[in-house]
Design a protein around this ligand. Structure first.
Ligand code: PLP
Length: 394
């Protein structure tokens, strides 16, 4: 939509991806379901197949108007030119990795990458002859240059890191990759619109739309956004070759979720910071892992590169507590669900030590817990945490 890039986040989320002409005047675009796309002639069918990247409808797997509406919205909020929707966030990780890497190539991945991303690199990618080296996410540009090899083709980034929330110096690291004609890709799910990946030098941005865009813990979706037609052809080609597809019903739900995302994010960011600050005052807590807190080691880089935070952060307990004690705390929370997929309207808690697999970084010096703050009243959440933490003193 003309001039939208200059508008505020809430305005863009309200107006993008709903062209009135496709909706007969109704506010929301309809769900277009379909596999076969009928063509007026055999010649027309052959012609449309050549123009798939121009969104000429050829077959359901190439996506239809509901996918395109969501792709347009996501590309715009990420600041890129083209977006491909995938069936899950993890598929959005796998598609660009496999689009840009081949046997003999090397990928550099932060040690704090989302677990299944690490598993993909250590499993299937290794089997296909693609090497992955894990690096400390807080590595400097000079450090990255020191471990660079001529076959390094992809620099993978995720900032902040899963479970441990280290902030990466993305502009400096992406510049190293660009200078070597390699591709940099970032899992930008935590940063969402608070981090503009292309303005910071990345080539590919990955989102698990399952999280805040869906917003209601009832869909799985991902997106791969790029900033050039050339990269789009590669990503779309890989997704298509592997048969990736997302349900248009889920795309429709994601569009619906996106309409309220600005308000939810703002509320959840403030609520999470209040809970985080309260946790900092607790004697059981060694450190709160949240880059928006001035005491966090990643705060300066976060402040420089992000315009805000989401509502997911970590809590590191003092070393005297056992895993069983932390399980007991989490089991006794009344308002926090015990579950993995964050970004919904409901708060979640999860003990995370077992999930923190690290190859190059030291293990955590105590038990940890990840919190996702939802839309409940903050005072109620704090009271709930208070009664559960009291169990550590029994
Ligand atoms: C940082 C990050 N990236 C990607 C994903 C994968 O998303 P999905 O659950 O949609 O596969 C997750 C899921 O938790 C995540 O936390």
């Amino acid at each position: 939509m003309d001039g939208m890039t200059k508008r505020g986040f809430g305005t863009r989320l309200t107006h993008l991806g709903r062209p009135p002409v496709r909706s007969h005047g109704f506010v929301n675009p309809p769900v277009h379901r379909g596999s076969t796309v009928l063509q007026p002639s055999v010649a027309a069918r052959l012609e449309t197949a050549k123009r798939r990247l121009e969104r000429v409808m050829t077959y359901g797997t190439q996506g239809g108007p509901t996918h395109h509406a969501l792709e347009d919205l996501v590309a715009e909020i990420e600041g890129g030119t083209h977006c491909t929707i995938t069936g899950t966030g993890l598929a959005a990780v796998a598609v660009p990795l496999l689009a840009f890497l081949k046997a003999g190539d090397r990928c550099l991945m932060p040690d704090s990458a989302y677990g299944p991303t690490r598993s993909l690199a250590e499993g299937l990618m290794t089997g296909w002859g693609i090497e992955t080296t894990f690096y400390d996410p807080t590595i400097t540009a000079a450090g990255l240059e020191a471990i660079w090899t001529p076959n390094t083709r992809v620099l993978y980034l995720e900032s902040p890191g899963s479970h441990t929330f280290e902030v990466q110096d993305v502009p400096a690291l992406a510049a190293v990759a660009r200078a070597r004609s390699a591709v940099s890709m970032i899992d930008n799910t935590w940063g969402i619109h608070h981090f503009q990946p292309f303005a910071k030098g990345c080539d590919v941005s990955i989102q698990a739309l399952t999280k805040y865009v869906g917003g209601h813990s009832d869909i799985l979706l991902g997106s791969v956004t790029v900033n050039s037609a050339e990269h789009h052809a590669l990503v779309r080609g890989a997704a298509s070759a592997m048969g990736h597809y997302a349900s248009p019903d889920d795309c429709w739900l994601a569009l619906r979720g996106a309409r309220t995302m600005a308000v939810r994010l703002k509320h959840q960011e403030a609520a999470a910071l209040r809970v985080a600050r309260w946790l900092q005052t607790r004697p059981e807590v060694a450190r709160v892992l949240h880059p928006a807190l001035p005491e966090d080691p990643g705060h300066a880089v976060w402040k420089r590169d992000f315009t805000g935070a989401c509502s997911l952060f970590g809590v590191l307990f003092r070393p005297q507590y056992t895993e069983a004690q932390i399980f007991d705390v989490v089991d006794n929370l009344k308002l926090f669900g015990i579950g993995a997929s964050w970004g919904g309207y409901e708060s979640l808690a999860l003990p995370t030590n077992a999930a923190v697999v690290r190859r190059v970084m030291p293990p955590l010096p105590g038990q940890a817990m990840r919190l996702h703050i939802g839309l409940e009243d903050v005072d109620d959440l704090i009271a709930d945490l208070d009664q559960a933490l009291a169990r550590l003193h029994r």
